[in-house]
Design a protein around this ligand. Structure first.
Ligand code: DLL
Length: 432
């Protein structure tokens, strides 16, 4: 089932032709209308006339979050405010917010992309869609909301938080689709289990994103909520959720490539890597009016493949995001992504997927503590068994990541829960 069969299944040569054409226009527009980007191009010694084919894209300079911060709030906009109909912002953990704007056409295209993604996840106009992403400057709530309405589904703007009420809506309204972060879905999954109402729910799909999550987490969620969980990706700078999503084949996230041209580049050299190789994900907005970012480096790490999917779509597929280059922890010289630890933890039956990594420096040596909760049914009061388990997990982490970690198993409910993006790392070295 497709939302836009022509765009989603077109032959690759046809897609490349369209992308090449759109790229030329997008670069010219950015050059003419966005002063900071024009300055960057001049500095690199490249002009719009040098960009003729898709291969030429490598001649263009990258943009990143710092460019948006320097131009805060509207300096990268390519249109006047009289054409902007919506503003969102992403808070970020450091510094100023990143402010993004949309024209009416940008919102139309965002809705179209969300509708394509949600259709991949099985949503139809007969569905009842509970949107439990945060409503507000964050793009998750309104992005999901308008996408669901665009399809014609009954859209429930639950927003995030108030877990008791979320459960009531799930049960009484008969929600068939749940949109929220995977960590919030896990919290809801726990609450559903506690209330013993899994059998009463009508959920068929969960559409989760906004933070990295593993295949192990997907299986956990599917087990707890009795539905099929889909991975949706996006970022405010490029539009919001709906840049890509996985289909029922769960074999990569289909990128809406006729709007966002993806590249994977080596984090050190900035050169494109071969299909299938991991690197930083870079997007060029091909059709955006208000904020036409060119070669925006997301810093998200994943792979890209361009073969046809079992679902029939020919759109390029991203692998699951494994982390961000700027979220990578360097612990005693070893690179560690929280998702690697998550994969190990999810392979251990006695613990639950609620965890926090605490990094510190003691006596000039980095330390890693992994706080994780016991799963229901495993007694916390048998000290010897808990200690044994801690040792086993430590060994597992050591053999997978080559790093020694201090494992702290704690009772259920002791690791802080999240209603939006989960905080998986507490790096105390930053305060030293
Ligand atoms: O998180 C947009 C979004 C909302 C996506 C709802 C999906 C669902 P930002 O707040 O700007 O936008 O954060 C974007 O979140 O660069 C990734 O690092 C991360 N991210 C988003 N989706 C995924 C995902 C929204 N499916 C940043 N897997 C991105 C892993 C994700 N990381």
């Amino acid at each position: 089932m497709y939302w836009n069969e022509k765009a989603e299944t077109m032959p690759r040569e046809e897609m490349r032709r369209i992308q090449g054409e759109l790229l030329r226009g997008a670069v010219k527009r950015a050059y003419e209308r966005v002063a900071p980007y024009r300055a960057k191009m001049k500095q690199t010694g490249v002009e719009p006339g040098d960009i003729n084919t898709l291969e030429d894209i490598e001649k263009l300079p990258f943009t990143d979050k710092a460019d948006l911060r320097d131009a805060y709030p509207y300096g990268m906009f390519a249109v006047g405010m009289d054409e902007v109909i919506r503003i969102h912002a992403s808070s970020g953990t450091t510094g100023k917010q990143t402010v993004v704007g949309y024209t009416r056409k940008d919102i139309e295209i965002w809705n179209e992309c969300m509708a394509r993604c949600m259709t991949m996840a099985g949503v139809t106009r007969g569905d009842i869609v509970q949107v439990a992403y945060g409503y507000g400057l964050f793009t998750g709530g309104l992005g999901g909301h308008y996408g669901a309405e665009y399809i014609g589904a009954a859209t429930v703007p639950a927003s995030t938080g108030n877990t008791k009420r979320q459960l009531q809506i799930l049960e009484d309204f008969g929600s068939t689709v749940l949109l929220c972060t995977p960590s919030y879905a896990m919290l809801l999954g726990d609450a559903v289990r506690e209330a013993g109402i899994k059998g009463k729910l009508k959920l068929k799909s969960g559409i989760h994103g906004a933070e990295p999550w593993t295949e192990g987490m997907r299986r956990e969620l599917e087990d707890r909520l009795g539905y099929k969980a889909y991975d949706i990706y996006g970022l405010s700078e490029i539009s919001g959720p709906g840049v890509s999503c996985d289909c029922e084949a769960a074999a990569g996230l289909h990128v809406q490539e006729d709007h966002f041209y993806p590249e994977i580049v080596d984090a050190h050299t900035g050169k494109q890597v071969k299909d299938g190789m991991p690197g930083e994900l870079v997007f060029t907005c091909l059709t955006k009016e208000a904020l036409p970012l060119i070669r925006y480096n997301t810093r998200d790490i994943c792979t890209l493949r361009k073969d046809k999917c079992a679902c029939g779509r020919t759109l390029a597929r991203m692998g699951k995001i494994t982390g961000r280059t700027d979220d990578m922890l360097i612990i005693r010289g070893i690179n560690v992504f929280p998702s690697q630890v998550e994969s190990v933890l999810l392979g251990i039956a006695e613990v639950s997927p609620h965890y926090l990594l605490v990094v510190d420096r003691k006596n000039n040596l980095d330390t890693l503590e992994v706080r994780v909760e016991l799963r229901e049914g495993f007694p916390f009061d048998e000290v010897r068994r808990v200690e044994e388990l801690e040792r086993r997990i430590g060994k597992e982490i050591n053999s997978t990541l080559s790093i020694s970690a201090d494992i702290r198993i704690s009772p259920i409910g002791s690791v802080e829960r999240s209603e939006g993006k989960a905080k998986r790392v507490l790096d105390l070295r930053k305060n030293l």
